[in-house]
Design a protein around this ligand. Sequence first.
Ligand SMILES: NC(=O)c1ccc[n+]([C@@H]2O[C@H](COP(=O)([O-])OP(=O)(O)OC[C@H]3O[C@@H](n4cnc5c(N)ncnc54)[C@H](OP(=O)(O)O)[C@@H]3O)[C@@H](O)[C@H]2O)c1
Length: 323
Amino acid sequence: MKTRMLRDIVVSEVGMGCMALSHGYGKIPPETYSIEAIRNAYDHGCNFFDTAEVYSPNLAGIGHNELIVGKALKDIRKNVVIATKLMPSRMGSLFGGGMYKTVKDHLLASLDRLQTDYVDIYYLHRTHGVSVEKVAEAMGRLIDEGLIRGWGLSQVDVDVIDRAQRITPLAAIQNIYSMVERDSEAEIIPYCIENNIGFVPFSPIASGLLSGKITPQTQFERNDDVRNWVPQLSRANIAGNQPIVEMLKEIAQKKDATPAQISLAWMLHKYPNVVPIPGSKNKERIVENLNSSDVELTDEEFTALEESLNALKVYGHRGLGGF
Ligand SMILES: NC(=O)c1ccc[n+]([C@@H]2O[C@H](COP(=O)([O-])OP(=O)(O)OC[C@H]3O[C@@H](n4cnc5c(N)ncnc54)[C@H](OP(=O)(O)O)[C@@H]3O)[C@@H](O)[C@H]2O)c1
């Protein structure tokens, strides 16, 4: 697969979001299947794997997903880029030791679960009440110690990014971004391009909406399924967003691709620093998403797509705030 840079870290153009193997999209697969799915993604050219300390069933406990990622990648560790995240709400009791110690303690626990001695990109998962400057300083020390190669922030605006960047340059920003969540286009992605920061969209196919497989009749799972509250996926909004899905289906047919692939090819064409991390619990769909790297849109196709998209109303908005 083609590669891109997240500052000085080389990654496959499309990564794999591993969250759903532990949390967020209903029943999780057996561990052996999840490990095979990660290895299969690697065999299909993916070298970039995204996890977080909080990815566990129902967000209860800690580290379920990191343990799976660690088992899957331990014997090919040097060939892959692992990103994980630190959640401020889990940092409380450790604050007594200061920011550096708190961040380092969390990192060491993640390294243990990931069966490695360094993380490639260590993100602050949310900024909630935490001094981003102090985190930036701590991350700088961890880079100097060789425990992380780079660091990042998630769900942040340009002001926060700039304050952090001035202290320790960032490798990546991981914000929600898709054809129906475009807040980062105005200032954040241009800032990242200007400052050599990678931009890693999460939920890049809008939690499945842009695959065209979700209809107003789709029943989401009752337990641990974020699709019950993703704004674009209320029954009314699934119906309202159908023109976007129909447009994708039409282009997909012409390009001998799938709607999910077109939605990813769109962002890859649009920005040189974007590396999406689609998620799936299904081996074949993971590969389908990775193969979006081979779906080339011409400039004319991209412009036509962009113009059609701009003319369509999006129903539902999550944005960068809140959860
Ligand atoms: N930083 C953060 O705060 C944050 C928040 C959320 C997620 N993330 C990261 O971003 C990654 C991706 O985000 P996400 O999983 O929320 O959203 P996503 O990739 O936009 O969508 C995942 C959903 O789409 C479905 N899907 C995926 N590919 C498909 C395809 N080709 N055809 C049909 N359906 C498809 C999946 O169903 P199936 O499983 O049935 O295929 C799943 O329900 C996560 O794994 C996680 O690593 C980060």
